[in-house]
Structures are given as structure tokens and as C-alpha cells.
Design a protein around this ligand. Structure first.
Ligand code: SF4
Length: 352
């Protein structure tokens, strides 16, 4: 569902019924072109659709053209305060600029950025954050303040006859974020970028982001997501991908199911499952492949009957390979692990 209106960030359509796009943001110094490009390439390999770089200074803005020329992903330039950095970024090939018109300053400065965005035919993301809410809105309940800030910013751009707009209104709190986006969704039809701000470290951040985003996405709210984590951006992409996949909003790649283990367990299920996940994290396929790692050969394959295939431990560092619950091979754990990988790669890899 999502928003009726759409924008294009490079080749990626956001909104208008397009698939939900996954975004992340580089953690490298933007001025370090080689490190930033290496990270963007890894993000793309992990399944990211759009990435963002911060442009805190002139060096970063100047580095942007070298990055956009080589980048496999469209790049959003993130600018605060200095409109000249936005202009330089647009010149440098940014596929979108993220600004907060409220902190760019005088109207003429916003108008300059809008003029350049129009000429380059790129959208602007209005990024409202709970931490930087305008003074005049701080008396409101936070969710209402976020929505009002977004509406005020939309008006600034619309008054300049600009409509290639995408909006985010992020809070750190799950329920505030949900409330704010629900409200904004009823008041405007521009595409929405969903996310929590400062959601936390890998485990907590993934849980809190998933809680908020799953509620909104299942109500048809949201067109693109960023799972913001105090962790490697590649992890952000993998968490976002898994979140979308679990809501049936993303097809492809591998999901590893694993039993929790119990007293019947005959092997190292947790480690094997992690190893499998790591090995196939960037695997590309047209439909989602369900794999299972189970702790015992008797109950395991039956419990994982819905998996496409998997391995079950049988003791003495041996395991069986099963396909749709039926055993097809038996042998040392490592050998079965490799056979499983081989089967996945032979049968399901998307032909590029
Ligand atoms: S598959 Fe076997 S080891 Fe794993 S939880 Fe079930 S019974 Fe226990």
C-alpha cells in the first residue's frame, strides 16, 4: 500500500505502490572516498537499495562526486545548517538531499536548495527528529510536535512549488514514533521514510525498530525503511531485509531457522546456524529459501518439515542432510554443511 505519491532516488522508486526500499547510512568519513565506497559496495551486496552519507563540511561535499561516480547505490546527502553544502552535494551527484528546512536558515537559502534540486530533478527528504524539534513546537506532545514540524516544512517546500518530497519523523520511543507516523499518514500523501532515531545497539535496536516498523508497515504505512543501529551498517541492511521478509514484503535470500536445542541435542546447532547465516547473508534468489539447523536427527527433520532443506545433528560430529523433511545424505557435520551450501547455490541462485 504505502503512500500514493512517489519520488525517485536515482533508479529506485519510493512510494506509489513500489516495493519497500531498504536504506542505510555510511559510518565512514565521507571525505575518505575509498573507505566510503568500500562500505557502499558491501551495503549493496547485502541488499541495500539506497544509502546516505553525512555532509558535515566542505571536504565531505567535495568528495561526493568521486563517490557518486563509482557508487552502485543512489546516494542521499545529509545536510544540516549550511545550505551551501546542499548545493555542492547536488552538484556532486546526490540522488536526494536530506535537509530540515527549519535549520537551513532564511527562506532564500531554502529556495536556492529547492531551485538546485528542481534543476537536478532530485527529491528532498524532510527529516524531522525528536532531538531537533523547533522551539515553537516543544510545548506539544512529542508525536504531535513531530507531525506539525513535518507539515510546516512541507508547506515551505510547497510554497516554493516543490513536490518531490519524502518525509521522516523519527523519535527514539517506539509508541511515539508509531503514533506520529499514523497521524502524518492521514494528513499527507507524500512517501514516508520510516525509522526510529538512536534506536540502540544491535539486539535492542533491532527489536525496537522492528516493533515500531512492523506495526506501521502492517497497517500499510511507509515506503522505505532504515533500521538505525549503533552497529555496522551492513547489519542494518540485514535486519531491515529480515524484517521485511517476515512481513512478506520482501522475497529472496535465505532464512535460517534453528531449533533452540534441548537435552536431545547432539551437536553445535547455534554455531552451525550462525555460520550458515553468515555464509549465505548476501545470497540472491528469486524466492525466499528456508533452511533449518536442528539438534537431533529423530525429531529435527519433522519439526522443520516446512523448511526447503536443512541439517540435523546425529552425534559424534555427524549430521544428516534433509530435504522437505526427508533424509537424503548422512556424514560428518562439516561435509553435510558444505553439501547444504552447494545444494542451495546450485538450485536457487538467481542467475544474474
Ligand atoms: S530438534 Fe531435537 S534438539 Fe532441537 S529442540 Fe527439538 S527435540 Fe530438542
Amino acid at each position: 500500500m504505502g503512500s500514493p505519491k512517489s519520488v525517485k532516488i536515482g533508479t529506485v522508486t519510493i512510494g506509489g505502490g513500489a516495493p519497500i526500499a531498504i536504506q542505510t547510512m555510511c559510518s565512514t568519513k565521507t571525505a575518505d572516498v575509498a573507505a566510503t565506497l568500500a562500505q557502499i559496495k558491501a551495503q549493496a551486496k547485502a541488499g541495500c537499495h539506497v544509502t546516505r552519507v553525512a555532509i558535515p563540511n566542505k571536504e565531505a561535499a567535495l568528495a561526493l562526486s568521486a563517490i557518486t561516480k563509482e557508487s552502485p547505490l543512489p546516494i542521499v546527502a545529509d545536510i544540516h545548517f549550511d545550505y551551501r553544502l546542499a548545493l555542492m552535494s547536488i552538484d556532486g551527484g546526490a540522488a536526494e538531499v536530506r535537509i530540515n528546512p527549519g535549520n537551513i536558515g532564511a527562506k532564500e537559502r531554502v529556495a536556492e536548495v529547492v531551485k538546485a534540486a528542481k534543476a537536478a530533478d532530485i527529491p528532498i527528504r524532510i527529516g524531522v527528529n525528536s532531538g531537533s524539534l523547533p522551539q515553537n513546537l516543544r510545548h506539544l506532545p512529542l508525536s504531535e510536535g513531530l507531525v506539525q514540524a513535518a507539515l510546516d516544512e512541507i508547506k515551505v517546500l510547497e510554497d516554493l512549488d516543490f513536490s518531490a518530497i519524502k518525509i521522516s519523523i523519527k523519535a527514539t520511543d517506539v509508541l511515539t514514533t508509531v503514533k506520529a507516523y499514523r497521524k502524518l499518514h492521514t494528513l499527507c500523501d507524500y512517501p514516508l521514510h520510516l525509522g526510529l532515531t538512536e534506536s540502540g545497539t544491535l539486539l535492542n535496536g533491532a527489536i525496537r525498530s522492528s516493533a515500531a516498523l512492523a506495526i506501521l508497515l502492517s497497517e500499510g504505512i511507509g515506503d522505505t525503511i532504515r533500521v538505525s543501529l549503533a552497529s555496522d551498517p551492513i547489519k542494518e541492511v540485514l535486519v531491515a531485509k529480515e524484517l521485511l521478509r517476515s512481513l512478506d514484503l520482501y522475497q529472496g535470500g535465505v532464512v535460517v531457522h534453528a531449533c533452540p536445542t534441548c537435552a536431545r541435542c547432539h551437536g553445535s546447532v547455534w554455531q552451525m546456524a550462525e555460520k550458515l547465516e553468515e555464509r549465505l547473508a548476501t545470497f540472491k534468489s528469486k524466492r525466499t529459501i528456508n533452511l533449518a539447523v536442528m539438534g537431533c536427527e529423530v525429531n529435527g527433520p519433522g519439526e522443520a518439515a516446512l523448511a526447503d532443506m536443512g541439517m540435523a545433528m546425529k552425534g559424534n560430529k555427524e549430521a544428516i542432510l534433509f530435504v522437505k523433511g526427508e533424509m537424503v545424505a548422512s556424514g560428518p557435520e562439516e561435509e553435510i554443511f558444505n553439501k547444504l551450501i552447494e545444494k542451495v547455490e546450485n538450485y536457487y541462485a538467481e542467475k544474474m
